[in-house]
Design a protein around this ligand. Sequence first.
Ligand code: NAD
Length: 335
Amino acid sequence: MSSLNIAFFSATKTDKNNFSPPLPTEITLHFFEEHLTPKTKNLTQGYDAVCVFVNDQLNAEVINALHQSNIRLILLRCAGFNNVDIKKAFDLGITVLRVPSYSPMAVAEHAAALMLTLNRKTHKAYNRVREGNFSLEGLMGFDLFSKTAGIIGTGRIGRQLIPILKGFGMEVLAYDPNPSTEAEKLGARYVSLETLYQQSQIISLHLPLLPETQHMINARAIAQMPQGVMLINTSRGGLLDTPAVINALKKRHIGYLGIDVYEQEENLFFEDHSEEIIEDDVFERLTTFPNVLITAHQAFFTQEAMTHIRETTLQNALDFKHQHINPVNCVQCES
Ligand code: NAD
C-alpha cells in the first residue's frame, strides 16, 4: 500500500524528535522548518497532506494552492484553527483534522504559573539572589486567598483552571455564552461579562479567537476593570487590542500582564532571534514594563501534551487514509 506523504511545516528540533521513527509504515513525513504561508505554498507540491501548527497561515490563497497540488488533508498539530480558512477548505473538499485537547491541564497550569510569578515576582527574586542581592524592595505581592478571579471561556482549559484557583481560596467568576454545569460544580459562578470585568482582580482568557472575539480586550473593556487588574492571556494574541493594553499599562490601570501569545507572534515565537534587531515596536514596548511577563507560546509544552500531539496527529493521518475519520477531531464536522 502506498504511504501518505506528509509535508510537515514549522518543524522545530523538538518536533523532529517528537515525530521521529518508528512511524506507521503507511506514513512518510518530510520536515520543513519554514512556516506554510503564501510565500512557501509551492513547497507542498507532490505531497498528499500538510501538517501545520499555530503560526502557519492557511488563508484562501494557500488553500487554493493545496487544492491545485491535489492535497486533500490538513493535519493541525494544535487545537485552535483560527489560522485556517475552514470554509475555503470545506468548499474545495479538503479535510481539516486537529488535536482538540492535548493537555488542557498544561495550559491551565501555565496560566496559574504566570499569575504566581507576576504576583510574587519569583523571576526577579531568582536573579537577585544569584547576584547576592537579598533586598526585598519591590518584591511585595498580594494574597490570592479571598480575591476574585474571572475566567472568560469555560471550555476544556478554563474548566481546569477553576479548581486550581479555588485551591488558593479564590472566588471564581466565569463568563461563557455556553455555560457548563461542570464548571458550576467545580465552584465557578457564571456572571455577565460586565460583572466579571468589574469584580475580578485577576482575569484569565480561555476562549477562541473568532471574528467576534478579536480585540475584545479593548479600551472599553479595560475601563470596566478595577485599577491594578491582572490580565492573563494564554489563548490567542488577537484577543487583545495590544495598543489599548499598552496604554492601560502606562496609566497603571492594568497592574500586571501575563501573556503566552501575541497577535504578531508568527514573526517571532518558536525561533531564536537573540542576535537580531527586533523590528516589532509594539512587542518591544511590552518587554519594557516591569509588570509584564511574556512567554513564547509554551503553555501547552509538557511531555504529556507532546505525546498526545504525536499520537493523535498520526492517528488522524491513518484514519484519513482508511476513510474512517474521528468526528471529534474533524473541524468541519463541528461547523
Ligand atoms: P474549548 O473549545 O474547549 O473552550 C472554549 C470555550 O470558549 C467554549 O466553552 C466556548 O463556549 C467559549 N467561548 C466561545 N466564544 C466565547 C465568548 N465570546 N466569550 C466567552 N467564551 C466564549 O477550547 P480550549 O481547549 O479550552 O482552548 C481555549 C483556547 O486556548 C483555544 O481556542 C486556543 O486558542 C488556546 N490554546 C492555547 C494554547 C497555548 O499553548 N497557549 C494551547 C492550547 C489552546
